[in-house]
Design a protein around this ligand. Structure first.
Ligand SMILES: [Zn+2]
Length: 133
């Protein structure tokens, strides 16, 4: 597979988010996890999104909600606005991003500040707040 990664890194999918989706590798930074979760939305990989959600935040309905949302949203591109902490040696991190998508026939943007936490040595998505446009 030589297709470009959906996260927009410019790398091939296989060398970028693909290695996290297949479990060959684990993201070292919160940004890598953020990118791989975005790519998982694009590729409709509900299990990956559930598995990388912090255990405390994993709602029983999450998987079903993801599966129904996949049908209504077409993801266009991801833009990382800024990151704080979230490096390999950190325990928490924040990533502000904009994710552009089409839903209900109109262009929309999700602008979120996401919080990530380490748990058992791995990064997990904790929660996010919406940023006003
Ligand atoms: Zn990627």
């Amino acid at each position: 597979m030589t297709e470009k990664c959906p996260c927009g890194s410019g790398e091939s999918y296989e060398l970028c988010c693909g290695k996290y989706h297949t479990g060959k590798s684990v993201p070292e930074t919160a940004e890598q996890l953020m990118r791989s979760r975005y790519s998982a939305y694009v590729m409709k990989l509900a299990d990956y999104i559930v598995d990388t959600t912090h255990p405390k935040k994993r709602q029983p309905m999450l998987r079903d909600e993801l599966l129904s949302n996949f049908e209504n949203v077409q993801w266009i591109r991801l833009e990382i606005v800024r990151t704080s902490l979230g490096k390999a040696h950190d325990k928490t991190g924040k990533v502000e991003f904009k994710a552009f998508y089409i839903a209900g026939g109109t262009d929309q943007v999700l602008h979120e500040l996401s919080r990530f936490k380490k748990h058992s040595g791995r990064w997990f998505y904790f929660d996010g707040v919406f940023e006003p446009e």
